[in-house]
Design a protein around this ligand. Structure first.
Ligand code: HEC
Length: 252
């Protein structure tokens, strides 16, 4: 979220996303009309692309990667969004940072009434009236084909990993409300978010750099929990690899 145009990127709170998570779960929440401006920002050493936009606030709750309305101000900024900012690194020709703002020059490209979402009940994932896990988009809906044979196994593997992460307190920090105030938040609270970070997750646990205590000091896991976490994380990682291989073969 882009609040104050004077703030340097390094002083901004950002969330880290794997490219497929940003492209598959977040950008589809916005509408575009193709209008954009490009300028070079000498202070950041980056090109800044501004895209006119509007936010699709009427999607079903399970189409959002998590209940953005856990924070009313945040939900309202999403609803009022009129620009997406893409910061492009000229050396790598890659997008380094993406932000959205309700303070762009033009009004949102589609006018819509703000919607009040139900009260957030503290759960990042929930079961809907039909007994399905939500948010649906975080269960690889739209990321993998519906007939990908690995989907049920991935679901089960994530549930096991999520329980181990809970035992290891990972969810006391790596969740959207960012209780630890991380400058570069890493989200792990759904299958798609954890999938995007699985390699770093495995490395952090293997190298004992995670979890941390509330003062930021590395807090070694007990041996059994560490091996349970690595085992369930490894199973999830292997299934993800198989699911992606299957997709790659189907699209050839
Ligand atoms: C007390 C808060 C806290 C807890 C608990 C915690 N983390 Fe973190 N985690 C952080 C912070 C802060 C960072 C950013 C660290 C940095 O870059 O200095 C981070 C970074 C990470 C990263 C990114 C590492 C990288 O490569 O940059 C991963 C992956 C991660 N944590 C996984 C986990 C896992 C898995 C658990 C549970 C076993 C866990 N964390 C528990 C606070 C926490």
């Amino acid at each position: 979220m882009h609040k104050d145009p004077g703030t340097r990127l390094k002083d901004t709170h950002l969330t880290q996303f794997a490219p497929d998570v940003l492209a598959g779960l977040y950008l589809p929440l916005f509408m575009f009309n193709g209008k954009r401006t490009v300028e070079y920002d000498a202070r950041e050493g980056l090109f800044l692309v501004r895209l006119e936009t509007a936010f699709r606030n009427r999607l079903a709750p399970g189409q959002f990667p998590y209940p953005f309305w856990h924070n009313e101000a945040k939900w309202n900024t999403y609803q009022g969004a009129n620009s997406i900012l893409l910061w492009v690194d000229p050396k790598m020709a890659r997008i380094k940072v993406a932000q959205f703002t309700d303070r762009g020059a033009a009004p949102p490209i589609v006018g819509s009434e703000p919607i009040a979402q139900p009260q957030f009940d503290g759960r990042w994932m929930w079961t809907d009236a039909a007994g399905r896990m939500q948010p649906q988009v975080t269960l690889f809906d739209g990321l993998f084909r519906a007939d990908n044979p690995y989907l049920p196994k991935l679901d089960a593997a994530y549930r096991t990993l999520a329980l181990r992460m809970r035992d290891a307190q990972c969810d006391s920090c790596h969740v959207p409300n960012n209780p630890d105030g991380m400058k570069r938040l890493v989200l792990l609270q759904t299958p798609a978010h954890a999938a995007g970070e699985i390699q770093r997750l495995m490395k952090a646990v293997r190298d004992d750099t995670m979890p941390r205590d509330e003062t930021g000091i590395e807090q070694p896991l007990d041996v059994d929990l560490k091996s349970a976490l690595l085992e369930s994380g490894g199973a999830f990682e292997a299934l993800l690899g198989a699911a992606k291989d299957w997709e790659a073969k189907r699209t050839q």
